[in-house]
Design a binder for this molecule. Structure first.
Ligand SMILES: Nc1ncnc2c1ncn2[C@@H]1O[C@H](COP(=O)(O)OP(=O)(O)O)[C@@H](O)[C@H]1O
Ligand SMILES: [Mg+2]
Length: 383
C-alpha cells in the first residue's frame, strides 16, 4: 500500500516537474517582459525578457516592489499620486489595466517606452497578486515617427512641385517680354541683362526643385559630374550664404563622363552638403573636389570645417535612424551609402572633432565594366 502510494507520489512529482518545466520554458522564451507580484506588490517572478529590457537580473528584484524598481516616478521625475499608478489600482480594485504608452526605468537610470498590462490574480474573490506583462515600444515609436516625417516630406515635395510650376509660368512670360523690349531699350541693356540672368538662375533652381520633388525612376546615363555638382551647389548656395558658409568647388577639367543615375547622385551630394552645413554652426568653407582617380574611377571629396565626428559615432553613421540632431532623421547617410553602392562605388568618412569632416566617394566610370566593385558593399570608415 505504502509502496503504491510512493509510486503514485513519484508520478505526481514527475508530472508537476514537467508542468513547471513547460511553463518556465514558455515564460523564458517569450519576448514580452513578465513580472509576477504578490498582493503587497513584491516581485515574485521576473523573466529573461524583463531582465534584457531593464538590465535588472531576477535575483536583484525578487522580494522588492515593482514600483520601486521600474515604476517609481513618471518620465519627468514626479512621483505618482495616490491611486494614480495602474499597478496599485489593479491590486486594489481587482481589475485589469492596459496602458498603451508609459515609461519603465532601467537599472542604469535611463528609461524606455513601454506598453503594459496589469492583470490581478484572484482567489475566492480576493486579490492575491498580479501579473504585469510589458513590451518595449522604442522601435514602434521610431517607425511611427519615421512614417510621420516621410509623410511630411512627401507633402513638402508635392507642394514644392506645385509652387515651382506656378512660378515658372509667369517667369516664362516675363522673360519673353524682356527679350521683346531689349531691342528698344538699348541704353538700359545692362539692367536687362541682370534681370535676365537672375530669372535664369530662378529657373535653374526651380528645375532642380522639381527633380527633387518628384519620385524618379532610377536611370543610368553618361553624365558630367562637374555640372551635376554645380546644380546641387546652386540649390544650396543661398542657404550657405545665410549661415556664413562658402561652398568652393574645384573640378578637374579632364574629368570623364560617368555612367550614373543623376537624380540618385544629386540626392547623395545634397545629403553630404546639408550635413556639412549643419555641422558648421559658426560658418566657414566647404570644399568640393572632383578628379579622375585612375582609368576606371573618379574621386569626389566633400571637405567641411565643421564640428567633426567623434570616434565612437563613426561606425554608427549610416545605420538607419542614427542621428545626433534633435530634428534629424538619421536616414541621409544610409540612403547615400545605398545609392553609392548601387553605382558600384565606395564611400569613406574621415573626421577630426572640432576640425572637420571629409567624405570621400569613389565612383566607377562605367558601372557594368567593373563588376568587382559591386562586391565592396561596406563603406570604409576611418578616424
Ligand atoms: N559632415 C558632417 N559633420 C559632422 N557630423 C556629421 C556629418 N555628416 C554626418 N554627420 C553625423 O552623422 C549623423 C547622421 O547623418 P544623416 O544620416 O544625414 O542624418 P541626420 O542629418 O538627419 O542626422 C548626423 O546626425 C551627424 O551626427
Ligand atoms: Mg543629414
Amino acid at each position: 500500500m505504502i509502496i503504491q502510494n510512493l509510486t503514485e507520489l513519484n508520478r505526481f512529482r514527475k508530472e508537476l516537474e514537467h508542468l513547471y518545466y513547460k511553463h518556465t520554458l514558455i515564460l523564458n522564451s517569450i519576448a514580452e517582459g513578465v513580472c509576477g507580484i504578490d498582493q503587497h506588490q513584491n516581485i515574485v517572478f521576473w523573466n529573461p525578457a524583463a531582465e534584457r529590457m531593464t538590465g535588472y537580473k531576477a535575483e536583484e528584484v525578487i522580494g522588492k516592489t515593482s514600483h520601486a524598481i521600474i515604476h517609481h516616478t513618471k518620465k519627468d521625475g514626479t512621483p505618482y499620486s495616490f491611486g494614480e499608478c495602474p499597478i496599485d489600482r489593479a491590486i486594489h480594485d481587482g481589475k485589469t489595466y492596459h496602458i498603451c504608452e508609459d515609461i519603465f526605468w532601467k537599472k542604469d537610470g535611463t528609461y524606455f517606452p513601454v506598453s503594459y498590462t496589469v492583470t490581478p490574480i484572484l482567489e475566492n474573490g480576493a486579490v492575491v497578486g498580479g501579473v504585469l506583462t510589458f513590451t518595449d515600444i522604442t522601435e514602434k515609436q521610431k517607425t511611427e515617427e519615421f512614417i510621420r516625417t516621410s509623410e511630411k516630406l512627401s507633402v513638402a515635395g508635392q507642394l514644392a512641385a506645385g509652387i515651382a510650376h506656378e512660378i515658372r509660368n509667369p517667369l516664362t512670360a516675363i522673360k519673353g517680354f524682356i527679350q521683346l523690349l531689349q531691342s528698344e531699350l538699348d541704353e538700359k541693356k545692362p539692367y536687362l541683362h541682370i534681370i535676365e540672368s537672375e530669372i535664369q538662375r530662378i529657373e535653374l533652381i526651380l528645375g532642380e526643385l522639381l527633380v527633387l520633388a518628384k519620385p524618379q525612376a532610377t536611370k543610368f546615363t553618361k553624365s558630367d559630374i562637374g555640372v551635376l555638382l554645380q546644380h546641387v551647389t546652386t540649390l544650396l548656395e543661398t542657404q550657405g550664404i545665410l549661415h556664413n558658409i562658402q561652398i568652393i568647388t574645384k573640378t578637374d577639367p579632364s574629368l570623364p563622363l560617368i555612367e550614373c543615375d543623376e537624380n540618385g547622385l544629386k540626392q547623395v551630394f545634397i545629403n553630404f552638403l546639408k550635413n556639412a552645413m549643419e555641422a558648421m554652426k559658426n560658418g566657414g568653407h566647404i570644399f568640393i573636389e572632383a578628379q579622375k582617380k585612375d582609368e576606371h574611377s573618379v574621386l569626389i571629396r566633400f571637405i567641411d570645417e565643421g564640428c567633426g565626428i567623434p570616434k565612437e559615432h563613426l561606425e554608427k553613421i549610416g545605420n538607419p535612424f542614427f542621428t545626433t540632431k534633435e530634428k534629424g532623421t538619421g536616414l541621409g547617410m544610409m540612403i547615400s551609402k545605398k545609392i553609392i553602392e548601387d553605382h558600384g562605388g565606395t564611400m569613406s568618412i574621415m573626421s577630426e572633432v572640432n576640425k572637420g569632416t571629409t567624405i570621400e566617394v569613389i565612383l566607377p566610370i562605367r558601372v557594368s565594366a567593373s563588376p568587382v566593385l559591386h562586391t565592396s558593399s561596406s563603406s570604409h570608415l576611418h578616424a
